[in-house]
Design a protein around this ligand. Sequence first.
Ligand code: DX5
Ligand code: ZN
Length: 213
Amino acid sequence: MLVAPSVLSADFGNLQRDIEAICEASCDFVHVDVMDGHFVPNLTIGPVVVSAIAKCATKPLDIHLMVENNTFFVELFAPLKPEYISFHIEEEKHPHRLIQKIRSLGIKPAIVLNPHTRPQAVEYLLENLDMVLLMSVNPGFGGQSFIDSVVPKAKKLNELRNEINPNCLIEVDGGVSDKNIKLLKDAGVDVVVAGSYVFNHESKKEAIASLKV
Ligand code: DX5
Ligand code: ZN
């Protein structure tokens, strides 16, 4: 299992210390939640802060957009050269076009599905995607409880991607901990995002290691 700690739960007064700690604790990606106060009822960080994060991170960035104007934000964050940019399918009229745009900028494109969105929504996009992110909470806040229905949903998506594009990763975001990691692994999930679980743990190393099943 690959692990992407969510910076949303870091101590923003000690951002450099916390980013360095998760990178030294062998995380695989640094997950960055970008919220615009419109698509979700919360507002987080923009390119100034994300650029500061990129400077102290020794692991690639996984940028999760929770915004209304996806194209605007893709252009804003592309110069920071993240590994992935993911956008919500619920907020995009032309997902296929945006996938092509992200790839043309040298970034791996990913699509996010909210808890209610069927895995079949990405069926005809899978061949062009590097990752599909399944939300296991309603987007907007860290520290929420895990929604169990993501497990059968991940199993369905796993069947689809094995058939269409086995190279496309499945990521799950929200309420992930040592309590549900085994279920996610068995469902075919490749990457987990964990915010409060990692940052509330005194030893980031132990917390990350406990998710690498
Ligand atoms: C929620 C974000 C998540 C969140 C995860 O909108 O996408 O990345 O920070 O936090 P936990 O692991 O605390 O649920
Ligand atoms: Zn996220």
